[in-house]
Design a protein around this ligand. Structure first.
Ligand code: WTA
Length: 655
């Protein structure tokens, strides 16, 4: 655990400072959660606590059973039936909130739209009818590969309306990455767009979509939203324009009542092998968990304008741009582009324009804003903000304090929320009306959540100590498995510590019981909050004809948290060069996507290996991070490390 070392130092610095932030009295007075008893209540009666939350949803057939837990398989609200889109849309319209804005959508070039709950419901119904016309039936999978435009949540809700599980593939992934996900999910229809805008350029989504469909056999129809209006390749008979097909449908669609455990979506995420895992989320428990956490953690009120600045292609967007907020009838902001287009104050301009009251984003973004300087937020009136959130990677105390002061004006609580694609909902987090905050700590498990820190042997580590984070009780939005791979599900999460969920994160609890997350302990990197597997990058590197071997590690980075550092051995002993390193970078981009572009490539004649031939990544991590080397006695050839060290001064950084 390299991250432990540097983070350890940061933590110690913080302990010395011992600054804590109790809830501001004004905030606490009106907070959705004001009573600490919520923790005892949920601990004593887990099922009662969640049944109460589930009671706020609209059921077609009410559930009588809350939980059946046959580790590692959970079923929540098993005998109930409902429809997720009805809970996100229809019931709000029926309750008289039809004209309330569901999304303020802001396009990168500066165009914008306000979409009401009624409009979103009608377009969802039309899209659902269109999917039916394309042959999609309950249970069929639909792949979605789109930019951040209103048609994206609409497509997800339309699938939910007819009981078709969807899988959203982040628009930054390559054609090849999309193809792999289409093949695994056997999607029948792909929904995409002509393109999307990013930093003023057009991302050629339709072209990628075509390339992906060519590498898979299940897709029968491609539904194409219009965003950029540029000319795109077209396959007659297979491709259909959204405006034409969806536009002509009826604005009503009878919702399909599905079982609580019906699959809502699959979301592919990186693990420790080259093949991404299809994480399965089901309907009722997921919606209950995301809605309850959204309401309690973000303290959502009827008139809030809530902005989660993630991309819907990641789990954060699924749970906290689409399902949680819509289930709560919340007005959200959705932004298509990058924070520096056209200028570095774009986010703050959006906060001012829509009077955003709650902002949720990643530490990488905060550190980037710190680097850009306080003059950008200073140009805008941000007094509407009352609560800030952070997610995706550990937030260092300095960034936390800057966020609190410079963005929050010192008055907004900062909720640092820990969770994963697999958990579906936030699990470790402050409750802003009752939790005293410590910068850099995600504080405590959400009510009803069992979290522990254990040693190698699974023994709970006493307060003050560090170890592995595990979850000890089921929670409603938990993954139900890995699609078509039950063995991997059991092996990855449930075999390391019997009966407990192994998160893959290192954690420490201080004397006060506060949780401090310390980064991944496996071969998963977090680069700008994006989850990327070292093995996946390695296997894309070795698929290049010039490469003999590759070892990839996450090097600590002041802005992106971790940065991709690749050690590469070439075939025929060639020693590479700038031309080859940029070729390899583009090769990885083509295989996975630009998020996986290695920052540094270092050509080395050999990689350090044990006598049995295993690459010693620990040593490589130390070399990349410029740290003293640990034990080298198991190396087959001790001189190789010195050779790499000498060469490491010449590691080629991306421009
Ligand atoms: C990391 C993102 C520290 C962690 C929602 C986890 C965090 C991985 C935090 C899951 C946080 C997420 N503090 N680390 N507040 N939130 N992580 O699946 O390493 O993209 O295992 O889900 O992100 O990443 P994923």
């Amino acid at each position: 655990m390299t991250s432990e070392t540097s983070r350890g130092t940061a933590l110690e610095a913080l302990y010395e400072e011992r600054r804590t932030f109790p809830p501001p009295p004004e905030f606490a007075k009106t907070a959705n959660v004001r009573d600490r008893q919520v923790y005892d209540r949920a601990a004593q009666d887990l099922e009662g606590f969640w049944a109460e939350q589930a009671g706020t949803l609209e059921w077609v057939k009410p559930f009588t059973k809350v939980l059946s837990w046959n580790a590692p398989y959970a079923k929540w609200f098993e005998d109930g039936t409902l429809n997720v889109s009805v809970n996100c849309l229809d019931r709000h319209v029926r309750a008289g909130r039809g004209n309330k804005v569901a999304y303020y959508w802001e396009g990168e070039p500066g165009d914008s739209r306000a979409i009401t709950f009624r409009e979103l419901l009608e377009e969802t119904a039309r899209c659902a009818n269109a999917l039916k016309e394309l042959g999609v039936r309950k249970g069929d999978r639909v792949a979605i590969y789109m930019p951040m435009i209103p048609e994206l949540p609409t497509a997800m809700l339309a699938c939910a309306r007819i009981g078709a599980p969807f899988t959203v593939v982040f628009g930054g992934f390559s054609a090849e990455a999309l193809a792999g996900r289409i093949r695994d999910s056997e999607a029948k229809v792909l929904i995409t767009a002509d393109g999307g805008y990013r930093k003023g350029n057009i991302v050629p989504l339709k072209k990628n979509a075509d390339d992906a469909v060519a590498q898979s056999s299940s897709v029968e129809k491609v539904l194409v939203a219009r965003r950029t209006g540029h000319e795109v390749p077209w396959t007659a008979g297979r491709d259909v324009w959204w405006p034409e097909l969806v536009g002509k449908q009826k604005a009503e669609c009878v919702p399909e009542a599905v079982d609580a455990e019906h699959m809502l979506y699959l979301l592919y995420t990186s693990g420790t092998t080259a093949k991404p895992k299809g994480i399965v989320h089901t309907s009722a428990g997921y919606l209950v968990g995301t809605a309850a956490t959204h309401k309690m953690i973000f303290d959502i009120k009827e008139d809030d304008v809530y902005w989660c600045a993630a991309d819907i292609g990641w789990v954060t967007g699924h749970s906290y741009i689409v399902f949680g907020p819509l289930a709560n009838g919340t007005t959200g902001v959705m932004y298509e582009g990058t924070p520096d287009f056209p200028d570095k104050d774009r986010w703050w301009q959006i906060v001012e324009k829509y009077k955003v009251s709650v902002l949720y984003c990643a530490p990488t973004a905060i550190r980037t804003f710190m680097k850009w300087g306080p003059e950008h937020p200073a140009k805008h009136d941000m007094r509407s903000l009352r609560l800030l959130g952070s997610v995706g990677e550990p937030i260092n105390p300095e960034a936390w304090l800057w966020y609190h002061e410079t963005i929050g004006g010192g008055r907004c609580p900062v909720v640092d929320t820990w969770w994963m694609t697999e958990t579906g909902m936030i699990l470790i987090t402050p409750l802003p009306g009752i939790t005293t905050l410590k910068p850099g700590s995600a504080t405590f498990p959400f009510p009803g959540v069992g979290a522990d820190v254990v040693d190698e042997d699974g023994r709970s580590v006493p307060l003050g100590g560090a170890g592995y984070l595990v979850l000890t009780r089921p929670w409603p939005a938990m993954l139900r498995g890995i699609y078509k791979d039950d063995k991997r599900y059991r092996d990855t999460y449930w075999s390391r510590f019997e009966g407990r969920f192994f998160a893959g994160d290192g954690a420490k609890r201080d004397e006060g019981g506060y949780f401090w997350l310390m980064g991944r302990v496996d071969d998963v990197m977090k680069v700008s909050g994006h989850r990327i597997s070292t093995t996946e990058v390695e296997s894309s590197l070795v698929s290049h004809p010039a490469v003999a071997e590759a070892a990839v590690i996450g090097r600590e980075d002041p802005i992106t948290g971790q940065a991709i550092f690749a050690f590469v051995t070439l075939r025929g002993g060639s020693d590479g060069g700038d031309g080859l390193s940029s070729e390899l970078r583009e090769h990885v981009v083509g295989k996975i996507g630009s998020i996986a572009r290695p920052k540094t490539i270092m050509f080395t004649p050999e990689l350090p290996k044990t006598r049995s031939g295993k690459i010693m990544r620990r040593l490589l991590r130390d070399i990349a991070n410029g740290q003293p080397l640990g034990d080298t006695t198991t190396l087959a050839d001790a001189t190789v490390v010195e050779t790499i060290r000498a060469a490491s001064a010449q590691g080629r950084d991306d421009a």
